[in-house]
Write a protein of this length. Structure first.
Lengths: 342, 170
């Protein structure tokens, strides 16, 4: 591991100034991903700035009826919060589907969405990777693509040696639920505070796969807000993975559904394991609003969302299986959320 | 680069200077001679390094020692009080919940954490109802202990051991 200085700032403002002043400085919160990357040589900071005890560890009711989740709230605490379990079950389920009990006790609300991809080539510093080393190429093209993207990728990949090729997926379960719930991210940066819609936090590889999010160097997530979203009472997270527990998603679905008189009144859907970012399924949502709450509508909505999906060839027949898999998972979740006939 | 930290480990206070790169696991094993937490994968995937960190189960291989200055650590070595085994330790013996034993200190610490989380009403991915009180069913224990790998595959006895320690007959 490369040597680094360890900074314990007194408050968030000092933490932001410390990181902003040094291009090779990083924030440390729960450390579940960063410490591993320090060991692997994926992250090579000069300065590690500890913010774990600086941001809020409170979950507060907001004036509009939502919740403000402090960045230091652990994934365990958030999943156990009564308000989250009752009003936003999709979020509690997503958190509980992620990692292990030990990791959820360390992982934080601010850190979880900023974890890096689990693409095996990103973690292996002996292989080319545009995300880890911009311009070096993409080893995943034609390689092990089981955990890689099918949405938000070009119909014809530019090839393994192009400098902006990246088919990595975002690994967070929590982030898929937050994308569906219209969450807002509170950020303190070198130029002050701002709010970013959660669906705009993560980006596609476009031009620079090394950047997972729109955050600038020195930007610190201080809290994430959930709006009052009554339909979220009827919500669900379903994760499909290679083993029953403690594994990343092949695909996942976060959805909230409101049905009245057999018609879809409102719906929120986000997909995980299929794109470089948590994938808000706007085409499926548009297809569903006002449509009969039937299996036929759900099939059409899944088809609308997945029309642009691009399978990635690779070892063991690549990842074409993910397209029907995520479609069927979405249909199953919507069916589960549909109230039975009175 | 060095930093001075203090740790309370199994009830005993320590003050030590560590390289900033030192994990809590290496500080415990190499600096304080407490080899109860084991180095299995060293990447947060196996659970062998689990301890109770400020009261909650945690992976010491993914914790930088400098980031836990002032922390209270309880390892499997410190669970027994006054020569009496902790109920989880006794249950692992009663149920023959190990073979080679390498993962056992981590399993035991994790199980102590699990029982506390269940007492606090925390749900798991296996809970049939997010808002009900969790019970120590087989599926609940298996899910909650999934972060602790046992390559001897003693799981079939670990689950009843955790249930016994939690006061649930199996």
């Amino acid at each position: 591991m490369k040597p680094f200085a360890f900074a314990r700032p007194a408050d968030v403002a000092e933490a932001v100034r410390t990181v902003a002043a040094d291009p090779a400085a990083v924030f440390l919160a729960g450390g579940t991903n960063l410490v591993d990357h320090l060991k692997l040589g994926v992250a090579t900071p000069d300065v590690v700035v500890d913010v774990r005890r600086l941001t809020s560890r409170e979950i507060a009711d907001t004036a509009d009826g939502g919740l403000r989740m402090g960045a230091a709230v652990t994934n365990s605490e958030l999943a156990a919060d009564r308000r989250v379990r009752e009003r936003y079950p999709v979020l509690a389920q997503a958190l509980l589907a992620g990692a292990s009990g030990q990791l959820r006790n360390a992982a934080t609300t601010g850190g979880n969405p900023l974890q890096r991809t689990r693409c095996v080539y990103f973690s292996d510093v002996t292989t080319p990777c545009n995300k880890r080393e911009p311009g070096s190429g993409c080893s995943a093209i034609g390689g092990y693509t089981r955990y890689h993207a099918v949405l938000g990728v070009p119909p014809t990949p530019p090839g393994p040696t192009a400098p902006d090729t990246c088919i990595a997926t975002h690994p967070s379960d929590m982030a898929v639920a937050l994308a569906a719930l219209d969450a807002q991210v509170q950020v303190l940066g070198p130029h002050g505070e701002r709010t970013i819609p959660f669906v705009e936090l993560h980006r596609l590889p476009d031009g620079d796969p090394s950047r997972d999010t729109v955050l600038e160097h020195g930007d610190l997530i201080t809290a994430i807000d959930l709006p009052a979203l009554p339909l979220a009472v009827n919500s669900q997270y379903r994760k499909v993975r290679d083993r029953a527990s403690y594994a990343f998603a092949l695909v996942s679905v976060a959805a909230a559904l409101e049905v009245a008189d057999g018609v879809v009144r409102d719906v929120r859907i986000a997909l995980g394991g299929v794109a470089h970012k948590p994938w808000r399924a706007t085409a499926a949502e548009e297809a569903l609003r006002g449509a009969p709450a039937t299996e036929e509508s759900y099939r059409a909505a899944a088809a609308a969302e997945l029309a642009g999906a691009v399978p990635q060839p690779g070892i063991d027949d690549g990842n074409a299986f993910k397209i029907p898999l995520v479609g069927r998972t979405l249909i199953a979740v919507l069916r589960d959320l549909t109230p039975s006939e009175a | 680069m060095d930093a001075e930290i203090s740790l309370r480990v199994d009830g005993e206070a320590h003050r030590l200077t560590v390289d900033t790169r030192t994990t809590l696991l290496d500080a415990l094993r190499e600096r304080l001679g407490n080899t109860s937490p084991k180095k299995g994968c060293d990447h947060g995937q196996c659970g062998a390094c689990t301890v109770l960190l400020d009261g909650e189960r945690a992976l010491t291989c993914l914790a930088l020692a400098v980031a836990y200055d002032g922390a209270e650590v309880v390892t499997a070595d410190g669970l027994a009080a006054d020569g009496e085994l902790h109920p989880v330790q006794q249950a692992f013996l009663d149920r023959d919940a190990f073979q080679c034993g390498y993962c056992t200190p981590g399993q035991v610490c994790s199980a102590v954490g699990v029982l506390d989380e269940v007492r606090r009403g925390w749900p798991s991915h296996a809970s049939p109802d997010l808002t009900g009180d969790p019970e120590l069913s087989h599926d609940e224990v298996a899910e909650r202990m999934s972060g602790n790998i046992c390559r001897c595959a003693a799981y079939v006895n670990i689950v009843p051991a955790v249930q016994q320690a939690g006061g649930q007959a199996s």
